[in-house]
Design a protein around this ligand. Structure first.
Ligand SMILES: Cc1cc2nc3c(=O)[nH]c(=O)nc-3n(C[C@H](O)[C@H](O)[C@H](O)COP(=O)(O)O)c2cc1C
Length: 165
């Protein structure tokens, strides 16, 4: 049933529900701290922007403790998760534990950590950022990438999903 929502009627919660009607993939955005430690977080705001030059976009909540590290890093990676990587999505969205513990990783430009078993991995130069309300919007140039014919992990209506075909 269609629901018409106007400001004041539990707007935030229902706005979030409405946004959840847009199905996405799931990524882990990763980089290194100035001291060299790998960091990363689960992100579904990733999307393509431009083919020439190759640009992508994603947004980061300003309140997050890792904000300064992502804002200040030179390079970072977008790791597009495969359907058997739900555990990684949960791990990189939770406050508990060392997120990279026990993971075998590859390295991209500037030593950025790349997760294994993904559908695609993009190494990006952190250049342009815009204020977007309570988020910081990153628009970045893709320097290198790889990909594999793997089924993706999907997110819709606040739940993990799989492709039907
Ligand atoms: C499916 C999913 C998608 C998410 N997408 C984003 C996103 O696009 N941007 C964001 O800032 N946080 C997003 N989050 C929340 C972050 O992953 C979470 O707040 C983050 O792990 C906190 O990391 P930190 O405490 O190390 O800064 C998402 C979480 C989930 C489960």
């Amino acid at each position: 049933m269609t629901q018409n929502v106007i400001p004041g009627e539990d707007f935030s919660r229902r706005f979030r529900n409405a946004l959840g009607m847009f199905a996405t993939g799931i990524t882990v955005v990763s980089t290194r701290t100035p001291a060299g430690a790998p960091i990363g977080l689960t992100v579904n705001s990733f999307n393509s922007v431009s083919l020439d030059p190759p640009l992508i976009v994603w947004s980061l909540a300003k309140e997050l403790p890792s904000r300064d590290l992502f804002e200040g890093c030179e390079y970072y990676a977008i790791n597009v998760l495969a359907e058997d990587q739900t555990e990684l999505s949960q791990r990189f969205a939770s406050r508990a534990g060392a997120r990279f513990a026990g993971l075998e990783i590859d390295e991209g430009v500037g030593g950025v950590p790349l997760l294994r078993g993904c559908c695609a991995r993009f190494v990006c130069r952190n250049s342009v950022r815009h204020e977007g309300g309570d988020h910081l919007v990153f628009i970045s140039e893709v320097l290198s990438f790889d990909y594999a014919e793997r089924a993706p992990l999907l997110y819709f209506g606040g739940a993990y999903r799989r492709l039907m075909s």
